[in-house]
Design a protein around this ligand. Structure first.
Ligand code: 5GP
Length: 253
């Protein structure tokens, strides 16, 4: 059997050449990293959970007309996605003050924001993904004004969809990050949501208890990350409520 070609290895995922033109295979690893990879661990089953949850969110987004790279899930850890030209920016949407914004602006974590706030960060590990403004983006040619408008529109639609979905299962979508890619269709090009949407890239707080159900559990050692992600998956119906876990096969009686 021919060895497939690896295109890129990131902190939590690997991209392989896909079986069809303009496709890639996105493989979800169990690795968890934080603080620009200063902290690292392998969390058994995380890749499986994120593969399923990203499939779930991207499929739902497609159904409401938000274009994204997801084509189909291939197996427990892999999904087939469209090849895109990735825009070198992380687009963050915030509904509640937390994380780097709360720290930067001296705000109490948990303060509701008057409107969703969108921020752009340059994807550059060596620089620690610095925040950039629209001025920087246009001046340094990372994206055009039209791209920025399209990224904002996509990010707000993802926010509305994800906020509603999470609210329905008792979870507050505090903030999240998406990545956006360019695809070419004949003479046209457009931007679509790429990468992944999972508890690795969102802040999710239980509405009743305030319990954190996202990667902050790992960042700040607040408990069992895999248990928190499993809880999100179960509430969304992505995993059965009882029985099957990601830890291994279960005897059917
Ligand atoms: P903050 O800027 O507060 O650290 O992050 C804002 C939101 O974007 C959080 O939900 C966080 O998980 C997500 N985020 C920011 N940078 C990254 C990143 O490099 N990788 C991932 N997976 N998520 C990120």
């Amino acid at each position: 059997m021919a060895r497939r070609r690896m295109i890129y290895e990131g902190k939590a995922k690997i991209l392989y050449e896909g079986p069809e033109p303009d496709t890639l295979i996105q493989y979800f690893k169990d690795d968890a990293t934080a603080f620009n990879a200063e902290k690292h661990a392998v969390i058994e089953g995380k890749g499986v959970l994120n593969n399923r949850m990203s499939e779930f969110f991207m499929t739902g987004l497609s159904q409401i007309g938000v274009p994204n790279h997801f084509i189909r899930r291939l197996n427990m850890r892999e999904q087939l996605v469209r090849m895109v030209e990735i825009i070198p920016l992380e687009v963050v949407v915030r509904n509640v003050a937390a994380g780097s914004m709360a720290k930067r602006l001296g705000m109490n974590e948990g303060t509701e924001l008057p409107r969703p706030i969108i921020e752009f960060y340059l994807k550059d590990d060596a620089l620690g993904d610095p925040m950039v403004t629209e001025e920087h983006i246009i001046a340094f040619n990372w994206a055009s004004q039209q791209d920025i408008d399209d990224m904002i529109a996509l990010a707000l639609r993802v926010n509305d969809y994800m906020s509603g979905l999470m609210y329905g299962v008792g979870i507050k979508l505090v903030d999240f990050k998406i990545e956006v890619g360019r695809v070419f269709e004949g003479d046209f090009q457009r931007l679509i949501v790429a990468d992944e949407i999972s508890p690795d890239s969102c802040r999710l707080w239980d509405i009743q208890s305030g319990r954190k159900l996202d990667k902050d559990v790992f960042r700040h050692e607040l408990g069992d990350l895999s248990e928190a992600y499993t809880e999100v998956a179960r509430r969304l119906g992505v995993l059965p409520r009882n029985g099957a876990t990601t830890k291994g096969p279960k005897l059917v009686q």
